[in-house]
Design a protein around this ligand. Structure first.
Ligand code: ZN
Length: 50
């Protein structure tokens, strides 16, 4: 699956970094719709939001 990483001004939950990478993925089934993946390049924390 192709993922495009972009930068966003959002604070990491684990450290004070405020520039996270994020990418979106379209879910093909169910009611999920679009999921957003956030990744902190400083502490490698990764989390998702719907
Ligand atoms: Zn972090």
């Amino acid at each position: 699956m192709e993922v495009k990483d972009m930068e966003i001004n959002k604070k990491c939950e684990k450290c004070s970094n405020t520039k996270l990478k994020f990418s979106t993925r379209q879910m093909r089934s169910g009611d999920e719709g679009q999921m957003t993946f956030f990744h902190c390049p400083v502490c490698s924390h990764t989390f998702t939001e719907n």
